[in-house]
Write a protein that binds this ligand. Structure first.
Ligand SMILES: [Zn+2]
Length: 259
């Protein structure tokens, strides 16, 4: 019991630290800068941020949301990304029964990629190849390792079919109607499908489409977006994939049970 609480705290703190890395990736990848150096600095005054001003979640509030040197406001995106990462890491750990299951690393990897890609897509309406090209083969390889550990090759075929089930039709649609469908979304679907398997990938995709439609209608009704303006779809795919990660099998079983 106490061991479970202890490990939960460690996993949450680990998620916060990875969230801090996510923030670096979200800022640097679209600018084509290196993730590994130099150390983080204030975008306005250029002062390198000391380790004690770079503590996930805490520093934002200790510094009262401003750069220590020039007073430039720090975006709320930083603590939000860190908190979401910490909570999702904890949720993945809880889903796997607080044990060191083979799926732990692939699931944490998926959460991390989805956070980075969603934030970049929200801000810039792109899903960077620099993230997706390495992430897709890593996801397939990770599920290959899970299949080996579990001694169940179905996990690998499920992963391969999952990578294609939404991504291939979507990529074909994007090739024919490039203005309506993004190729980046197809790559994101290949990535989530590789980790989720085809059943949960389908569940996540339909949830993502439904979420996107609801938010699109609400924004149009509120006059925030015109009929033609583009709303990035990546964050909805990501949200659907996360719902599917936690409840996909349950939704699938319920749906199949209806027939
Ligand atoms: Zn500054």
């Amino acid at each position: 019991m106490f061991e479970g609480i202890y490990f939960s705290v460690v996993v949450f703190l680990f998620g916060l630290m990875v969230g801090s890395f996510d923030n670096v990736a979200i800022y640097r990848i679209p600018e084509g800068k290196s993730l590994w150096g130099p150390r983080s600095f204030c975008p306005r005054c250029g002062t390198t941020i000391a380790w004690y001003d770079n503590i996930p979640l805490l520093s934002y509030f200790l510094l009262r949301r401003r750069c220590r040197h020039c007073g430039e406001p720090i975006s709320w995106r930083y603590p939000l990304v860190e908190l979401v990462s910490g909570l999702l890491f904890l949720a993945v750990f809880a889903k796997l029964g607080f044990g060191w299951e083979a799926e732990l690393l692939p699931y944490l990897f998926m959460v991390t990629v989805l956070i980075i890609v969603s934030a970049i897509d929200l801000e810039l309406q792109i899903i960077p190849n620099k993230v997706m090209y390495p992430a897709i083969p890593v996801a397939l390889a990770a599920m290959g390792i899970v299949a080996l550990v579990r001694g169940d090759y179905h996990i690998m075929t499920d992963s391969l079919i999952g990578a294609a089930v939404v991504a291939v039709p979507w990529a074909l649609a994007a090739a024919v109607f490039p203005r309506g469908f993004g190729m980046g979304d197809a790559k994101l679907a290949a990535f989530t499908g590789a980790i989720l398997g085809w059943r949960a990938e389908l569940v996540g995709f339909f949830i993502g489409v439904a979420l996107g439609a609801i938010v699109g209608i609400v924004l149009m009704a509120a006059g925030r977006k015109g009929r033609k303006s583009r709303i990035p779809f990546g964050p909805f795919l990501a949200a659907g994939a996360l719902v599917a990660l936690f409840w996909g099998q349950a939704v699938w079983d319920f749906y199949v049970g209806l027939f």
